[in-house]
Every structure is written in C-alpha cells, then in structure tokens.
Design a protein. Sequence first.
Length: 332
Amino acid sequence: MMKPVLLAVSAAALAAGLASPALAQTCFVADPIWIAGHNSATTTLTTGVTAMGTAVAAQRSITLELLLSAMKVQTAQTSTNGEREVNLVSNTQQAVASTLSQVAQRRALVDAREQYGIDTGQGVNACGSIDLMNATSRSMGNVPKSGRETYRSLDVAPGKNTPIQEAARNRLQNPTKTDSAVLFDPAASDDDRKKVIEAMAGMPMPKPTANMSGAEADVMMLRARKVEALRSPALVSLSAVRAMSSTDDHQTGTSAGSPLAQLDALISQYGGGPQHEAWSAGLAGQSEHGLLIELARMRSMSLSLRQQLIEQQARTSAVFGTILATQAGGNL
C-alpha cells in the first residue's frame, strides 16, 4: 500500500517541479544522519578555510615584512655604496689636487732656482765676475784722482817753486831713467815713472827773486806761468798714463791691480784669453736671467771703457790745442 502512495507523491512533486523552476532547485532531506554528516563537513570546511585564511594572512604579513626589510637593506646598501663612491671620488679629487699642487710648487721652485740660482741665473762665475768688475771699476775710476796727485807731485807742476839746482841734481842722479817705455811697464816703480815725466818736461821755470824790480819780476812770473800752463796738458796726460800702471788705489783692505792689469784680466776672460773658453762654456748652462745679467755686465764694461776712451781723447785734444796755441801765441 505504501508504494502506490510514494509513487503518487513523487509524481505530484515532479509535476510541481516542472511547473515551478524555483521549487525544482530545492531538495528537502529529512535524514538526520545525512544532516549531521553535512553539518560536520560544513564545520570542518569552515574551520579549514578559516585556518587557511589565517595562515595566508600571516604568510602575507611575513612576506610584506620580508619585502620591507629587503627594501630597507637595499636602500641602506645603496646609500652606503653611494657614500663610498662620493668619498672615493672626493678623496681621489683631493689627492689629484694635492699632487698637482705639489707638482706646481716644485716646478715653480725648480724654475725659480734655474732662473735665479747662483749656478744658472747669476751669470758665469758670479762671485768671481763681480769681484773682477768691482776691482776694475775701482782701478779705472781712480785714474783721474791718482793722475792729479801724481801730477801735483812733479817738481815742474804749475805753482811749484822748485830750485833749479835741486831739479838739475835730481835729473843728473838718474841719467838712465829717461826712457818713456818705463811709463808703460807695469813692473816699473812709480818713482821711476815720475822721473821719466820730469825729465821729459824739462827744468822748472825760474821764478822772480827779491832783488828784482817790480816790472822785471812781473814779466818773469808771466813767462813762467805761460810755460807752465802750456805744458800742463802734456803733464796731465803723462800723469794719467803713469796712473794706469799704478796699483795704489788708495783704499784700505783692497787688492785691486793697476788699471792695465785689470784690463788684461777682462781681456783674458771676455776677449779670447786663457779664461775665455771656460767663460764660453759656462754660458751654455745659464738661464735667460743669467744670460741677461751677463749681457748687462758686458755692457757696463763697455760703457766704462768708452768713458776711458773719451777721457783719453779729451786729453789728446787738449795737447793738440796747446800746440796750436803755442804756435799762434808767439812770445810773451
């Protein structure tokens, strides 16, 4: 009896399902065992899903922390590397700058030493050349002074009143001291050169005596002064020649030779003498500054020698002018 009823109910339910779609998706289970199993499975699945979500969330948090830590580490490493690079570049630039500065300073010192050093920047044999030029300058500059002093010491100098007997006795005592070559001999004594000049000048002019009348004394004095004035240019020139061989420069503590000896020393060094080869070889090692100093020294010597030549020409002109004045003046 139950089977026809169930079939009827199932048929009715099927018909109702076909008639309504919503009712077709609903399934009512009245079995308590099945319901208990379904609830247990649902609870288990829910617990598993929740545990899995919790685990995923924890792993995600750990992953984010790891990523953050890695980014921090990378940032720190990048910063450290950048700082190292900056320090390396800065230190390198400082080292290069310091090296270049030291090189520039040392090069400047080398250039300064080359330009102004005693070996290459002050001329050849600077100390010796300076001593030679100073000694020559002193000797040459002392010629006028020595010439005046020796000129005034002559017994025939203007204004002297040397007795004729005394002058004659002095000349007769030295008959061999009358060679003009003595004037140009550096080895001759200064006294011998003086005697040669006095012998060349002749006897002193007689001066008026006390027993002469006024007019006679005046005429004699005028004649004496004329003769003394006419021969004074020659005596000055001869005294200058005498001074050129004199080694007395009238300065304490100096050892300068005579002007002629100093000129010989200049020629020896600069004019092809024994010292010329050493001087020429020394020029090759001089800097521009040293060469300019050497050139200035040579020009200075040239000016000094030119001045001496001008003074000689002036004395020569005075002698020729005196000769002309003597010929044109006639007797007093």
